[in-house]
Design a protein around this ligand. Sequence first.
Ligand code: UDP
Ligand code: MG
Length: 134
Amino acid sequence: MAVERTYIMLKPDCVRRGLMGRVISRIEDKGYKIVDAKMMHLTSDKLREHYAHLVDKPFYPNLEAFMMSGPVLAMIVEGENAILGMRNLMGATKFEDAAAGTIRGDFANTTTENLIHGSDSPETAGAEIKRFFG
Ligand code: UDP
Ligand code: MG
């Protein structure tokens, strides 16, 4: 077990739907600490870097437009094994696969607008925290 920091981002649909408080409560209920947070608007350049593994996918233009459609809440979340723990709390990428009880399972009804981003490994967590918090 190790204390980890992970990059979490509440996406524009989460902000627009007024679900930030409920999602943050789930993170805090789990016992994780929010050690930094800021509202921000993402640029195309930043998104192409962040979603480099997806820029060639047919859905990418739609994803980028969605991620620029409003502000996001960027956060650094800390806790024991928080990287995998947050992925479990979030639920699967595809809304129909996300288990009930997870954030996506309970609130998402499309795959693109699935409320929340979380780093998927220690390497991406380090890179994403640097990308969004410097
Ligand atoms: N996404 C999408 N269509 C897909 C797969 C992914 O719109 O078929 C979006 C979705 O918002 C997802 C994001 O692209 O959260 C990043 O995809 P990734 O595979 O990294 O999933 P995640 O790590 O967010 O679960
Ligand atoms: Mg991902």
